[in-house]
Design a protein around this ligand. Sequence first.
Ligand code: NDP
Ligand code: 2IT
Length: 444
Amino acid sequence: MSYVEEVFEGLKKKHAHEPEFLEAAERVLQTIAPAVEANEEKFRSTALLERLVEPERIITFRVPWTDDQGKHHVNIGYRVQFNSAIGPYKGGLRFHPSVNQSILKFLGFEQIFKNSLTGLPIGGGKGGSDFDPKGKSDAEVMRFCQSFMTELCKYIGADQDVPAGDIGVGGREVGYLYGQYKRIKNLYEGVLTGKGLSFGGSLARPEATGYGLVYITNEMVKGAGKDLKDKVVVISGSGNVAQYACQKAQQLGAKVVTVSDSNGYVYDPDGIKLDVVMDIKQVKRGRIKEYVDAVPTAKYVEGERPWSVKCDIALPCATQNEINGADAKTLLDNGCWCVAEGANMPSDADAIDAYQAAKILFMPAKAANAGGVAVSALEMSQNSERLSWSFEEVDGKLNEIMTDIYKKVAAAAKRYGQEGDFVTGANIAGFEKVADAMSAQGLV
Ligand code: NDP
Ligand code: 2IT
């Protein structure tokens, strides 16, 4: 058995009850195999892969809070501090009822390689809670965030672990979390990113993931001798990533025809009106079906995802495993020739097999959505030097970083004889830097 297979077999035995984590680990281990084989002796003798797949630390805690009726509730809070070889743990917090240790380990594991690809000094982590912010009042969300941070603050810090947003955690939540951290620790430091502009946030952080996704998609499309002008784009989700992916795609001349949420999708053949989406999601905190109230010519399809809509480019921006093999086949049958992942692990293994068999352009999440965490790292830099950069400066750096990631990923794929296979390219390019740092730092 190869070293990579051995490590994966061991992982399956230890963590049989963590399907999402095993799925992410298997895919990474499989694709980095050629890079591991090139250094097998050294990696095996230092148990490098065994260390890579085991988090440095997982913190789990209870989060008690009271609702507006005075009823008491308890949720579970987590922080997975996966790998600090190249910098402080860095990664978002997810508040969603589906959150469990397996999902956070998969996200934390992916984050290691994503953060490495940005070229910035950030390690990998992820956290969150099974708390459901949907339908909760502001006061309830605030009390929950305060309780969550009362425990989490013991384990994080500007040079230790810097959380940010993810599903269910946006500017409002980051604000409440930051306030409570400062109150308890009496420290005004950049311990969270995605902060408001009045207290140390970075311009262009809200836009960063969606913009970055479109910047790298544009590079990949240009690499194939095409452009985004007039291309039909299907987007899933209608949250932070989806909204700004839609905005940048439209600015580059593409026509975005769908957005969705967990209840269904909207198809607007004339092009999605982003101001309507933003009003529903950012102001009213409503459901995407309300779109058709404002735009009666659009269609709302309840209970389905948008993958049956004919498109050139698909940008999944909602959640993991939202495109399965059958969905991928539908996309391909309808002529889709490019998929780039705004969400983390939105395509399942069958879907990726289908894209690769059809040889379409495919950029996996850890490269495609790295713009968010990259600008988070730029927010950390601004906080350290106690300065704020202009929107143009941050956005310009984001564009450079995404272009650089595209080049790195394409070059690594080519180096291992897999030209155009950006899955292999992203995993190997991300892995190499982390492996180098881990090797240099000894058995820790
Ligand atoms: P938001 O909470 O802002 O939006 C999430 C969107 O996805 C909502 O439209 C939500 O619908 C939908 N969604 C969530 N869960 C499900 C589900 N189980 N089934 C169907 N739809 C679902 O989150 P973000 O936009 O920040 O995150 C979206 C994705 O992007 C996630 O995979 C996240 O990990 C990833 N990501 C986010 C980054 C960031 O900077 N925010 C950076 C890199 C990746 P509903 O309201 O109905 O739940
Ligand atoms: O998945 C991700 O990269 C994020 N949710 C953003 C993490 C961050 O620290 O900005």
